[in-house]
Each structure stands twice: as structure tokens, then as C-alpha cells.
Design a protein around this ligand. Structure first.
Ligand code: EPZ
Length: 422
């Protein structure tokens, strides 16, 4: 297993390009199942989770591949004319819960699906009850057996359905199912992330009739068939936010190219409150970190609130801020696993249920630390950039699920960072 070694103290300066959005690429790749033919997706980040989704599509009988060389960020997916086996096996779903995003497309297109229940993960139980409730509302017959979801339906029928709570992939799954249903579907209490708008844009390019994506109410008028598309995926706002945080914590000055400011309003506001100078520039976002960060309080919320996927990164900044910061994680029940590792680096963080109280300290000291989940691993690297001495982050396979060679991007900005084979 690889490790990442960081020697702290360098100030990050320069320009860096953000990759395509993981959390848009995953549902969009699954949406290819909705149409026969060859789809082309560009700006697809080279991540382990994307490779897993391509595997899931191949196992079903699609031809799903990442091109090579200068086209390595292009994925080609050919569906049909051979038969599709509508099953997502446990050994793949257990490695990436977002594989459940094939459920809606399979039910809508083939009238049946057999998808392994994803099970929990490090950050929480993450059930998919809302996905199933939404599909049932569209007329799917859903049975759970032997750890699998079995969905059967003739043709799905449009319906009005309100989610009991806001769920990103739940909204995506049911929206994808509804595009081929008969009649109108109105989904209420939907998630509003930019990735959902991006998915709806792709589906409408395929011939779907969706309005309201990005708001709490999405209306879908079902069509009889869709066609494959060629689409370039939007930039990853969480990777962009992580790179801005790297500039903030090193007192640096970094331009994150292709980052979209309006996708990061809540994060930019907190960076500014913490003393950073943040502004849109040349089709990206520039962040200048202050000499001394100020403590700010954070409440994670559904979009457009402060994103839970940026909680760990902002917490690291707060460990060396002036004052005390109160951070509440309101989305997932177990997303403070980076705290013990940060405290081993000299941070002063106390956790009480869903709230972490972070008392700013003078300095962090490098240490061997262990990544536990995707965003926690990024936060440990950010801590290493600031800490005195050497930090060795192990289990970086967590990092590779959601960041494309983060250490190279940081090194190009002046960080003393390298990956070694353990
Ligand atoms: C998506 O996960 C993202 N993943 C996550 O990003 C992100 O943290 C999360 O949304 C919240 O923004 C992808 O888009 C692939 P949810 P998702 O359904 O859809 C509960 C990352 O780091 N819930 O919005 O799985 C659930 O337990 C990853 O890139 C139910 O109870 O999250 C959670 O507490 C991590 N029943 C809350 O809702 C359901 O049926 C929000 O979950 C669905 C969700």
C-alpha cells in the first residue's frame, strides 16, 4: 500500500488545474445504460471509483473503457446491441457504494435489476431506503433478498414523490428512473447539488425532459427512448475546495483553474471569514492565505449549505487558527475519524457527538498518521503541509478513490511531498 510523505513548512504558490467532478462522473456513467449506442464522456477524472463504475458496466455486458494517452480523461461506453445482464455484484458494490446508481437506469430501461445492497461505510450507515421508496413510487416491485435489491417492473409510471430526507444519489437514482417512465413525475425535497444539475443536463441532451434540477422540486416528463451523447463533465468543486484550503493553511497564493465560484459559495465565505483573500480570476478561483487564520464555526448542511465533503479540510485549517472553532457534522454520523490523527499531530480537538471543538494551537508536528476515508486522507495531507517535520500518511488508497494524483498537484505548487510504495 502506498504512503505519502510530506515535509511541512513550504508556502504554496502558483497555478493548478482541477479535474472533472467524481460525484458527477459516477451518476453520468451509470446514465449511459438508459440508451443503446456509444456515449463519450470527457474530463472524466482518473480515479479508483470511476474505474469501479466502468467495471460494473462491463460486468453487465457494456463496453466501458477509459481511452489512453492524451485522451486518458475520455471514457467511451457502448451499450447493446448484445444483451445486458442487469446485475451489480456484491464484490464491486462493496468497494464503491455509488454503484447503486445503476439501479434506477436498469429498472427504467430493462424492467429488472439485481443490485447488491451497499452496506455501511466508514463515515456512516448510509442506507438507501429513499432510493427504494422512490422506485416503488414509480411502480417498481422491490424485494430485498440475500443482501441484494431485486427490482422488477413493466414500464415505470410517473408519480409525485417527496423524499423523507435530502439525498444526493437518491435524487439521482429516482430522477434517472423517471426519465423513461410513462407520464409525469414530480420529485419533491430533492438534493440541489451542482452534480444533480449536471446529470439532468446530460439526460436532457440524451432526449429526456427534466426541469427544476438544482432546486428542491424536479419535474420529469417520461419519454419512450433516449440516445447516447458526447459530454464534458464539470470541474470537481470538492477537489477545488481542497486545493484552496491548501493555499489557506500554508499562507500561500494559488490559482485553482477551472474551479467554479458559484459551486463553492459556502466554502468561499468560510475561507474569507478565516482571513483568506478569495476571488474569481481567469476562469478559476484564487486564494491567498493570511499569516494567521481566524477561527470560524462550521455547520455542514445539504447544498447550498457548507458541504460535508469539505468539513475535514476546514477543520485542519482551524487547528492552527487564532481562537476556538465549533464544527458540527449534520449529514453523516461518523465523519470525525480524522480527529484522533490530527490530535496526534498536536492539534487540540474535542469531539462531543456531532460536534468538534477545535482550539487553535501554535504549531502542528509531523507524525505517522493513517487515512480512514476519502476526505480525511486529504485533510491529513493538508495538516502535513503545515506541520513541522515529516508526516507519513498511510492507507492512501482512500485518497485515490477521489483525488487524481493530489500529491503531484501539490508538488507543482511547491509542496515537499512524494508518494512511496510501502
Ligand atoms: C453523496 O453521497 C456523495 N457521493 C458524498 O460524497 C457526499 O458526502 C454526500 O452525497 C452528501 O453530500 C456521491 O455523490 C457519489 P446522501 P450519498 O444520500 O448520496 C442519509 C465523497 O466524499 N440517507 O445525500 O450517499 C445518509 O445516511 C462522498 O465524495 C438515508 O438515510 O449521500 C446520510 O446520512 C462521501 N437514506 C444523508 O442521508 C437514504 O436512502 C445524506 O446522504 C439515503 C441517504
Amino acid at each position: 500500500m502506498d504512503q505519502i510523505i510530506v515535509r511541512g513548512g513550504n508556502t504554496l504558490r502558483g497555478e493548478v488545474e482541477v479535474s472533472g467532478a467524481k460525484n458527477a462522473a459516477l451518476p453520468i456513467l451509470a446514465s449511459a445504460l438508459l440508451a443503446d449506442g456509444e456515449a463519450i464522456f470527457r474530463n472524466v477524472p482518473d480515479l479508483v471509483d470511476v474505474a469501479t463504475m466502468l467495471k460494473v458496466l462491463n460486468v453487465m455486458g457494456c463496453e466501458a473503457e477509459r481511452l489512453t494517452g492524451k485522451n486518458k480523461h475520455v471514457c467511451r461506453i457502448k451499450v447493446g446491441p448484445g444483451p445486458i445482464n442487469p446485475e451489480a455484484p456484491y464484490d464491486l458494490v462493496k468497494t464503491m457504494r455509488a454503484s447503486v446508481l445503476v439501479l434506477g437506469p436498469l429498472a427504467a430501461r430493462f424492467g429488472r435489476a439485481r443490485v447488491s445492497l451497499p452496506g455501511g461505510c466508514a463515515i456512516g450507515a448510509r442506507p438507501i431506503d429513499q432510493h427504494l421508496k422512490g422506485l416503488r413510487a414509480l411502480g417498481a416491485d422491490i424485494v430485498l433478498e440475500e443482501g441484494y435489491v431485486e427490482a422488477r417492473c413493466k414500464r415505470l409510471r410517473g408519480a409525485t414523490f417527496a423524499f423523507d430526507m435530502i439525498t444526493v444519489t437518491g435524487t439521482e437514482n429516482v430522477m434517472m428512473a423517471a426519465v423513461l417512465a410513462k407520464g409525469r413525475t414530480v420529485l419533491e425535497n430533492c438534493a440541489r447539488e451542482p452534480e444533480i444539475e449536471e446529470l439532468a443536463k446530460v439526460l436532457n441532451k440524451m432526449g429526456a425532459r427534466i426541469s427544476g434540477a438544482g432546486t428542491g422540486v424536479i419535474t420529469i416528463d417520461g419519454v419512450d427512448s433516449l440516445k447516447p451523447v458526447d459530454h464534458a463533465i464539470l470541474p470537481d468543486r470538492i477537489e477545488a475546495g481542497t486545493l484552496l484550503a491548501a493555499a489557506a493553511i500554508t499562507g500561500g497564493d494559488v490559482l485553482v483553474k477551472h474551479a467554479v465560484p458559484e459551486h463553492l459559495d459556502a466554502v468561499i465565505q468560510k475561507l474569507r471569514e478565516a482571513g483568506c483573500e478569495v476571488r474569481a480570476e481567469n476562469g478559476g478561483i484564487r486564494c491567498r492565505g493570511p499569516k494567521q487564520l481566524n477561527a470560524v464555526d462550521i455547520q455542514t448542511r445539504e447544498h447550498p449549505g457548507f458541504p460535508t465533503d469539505m468539513q475535514a479540510q476546514l477543520m485542519v485549517m482551524m487547528t492552527v487558527a487564532k481562537g476556538t472553532s465549533v464544527i458540527s457534522e449534520n449529514i453523516f454520523e461518523n465523519r470525525f475519524m480524522h480527529v484522533p490523527e490530527l490530535n496526534r499531530m498536536g492539534a487540540d480537538i474535542k469531539v462531543q457527538a456531532h460536534t468538534a471543538v477545535v482550539k487553535g494551537v501554535e504549531r502542528l508536528s509531523g507524525a505517522p498518521v493513517m487515512a480512514t476515508d476519502l476526505r480525511a486522507s486529504a485533510s491529513l495531507i493538508l495538516a502535513g503541509l503545515r506541520a513541522e517535520g515529516r508526516t507519513v500518511v498511510s492507507r492512501v488508497y482512500h485518497l485515490d478513490r477521489g483525488y487524481e494524483r493530489l500529491e503531484r498537484k501539490l508538488r507543482s505548487l511547491g509542496a515537499d511531498i512524494r508518494r512511496v510504495k510501502a
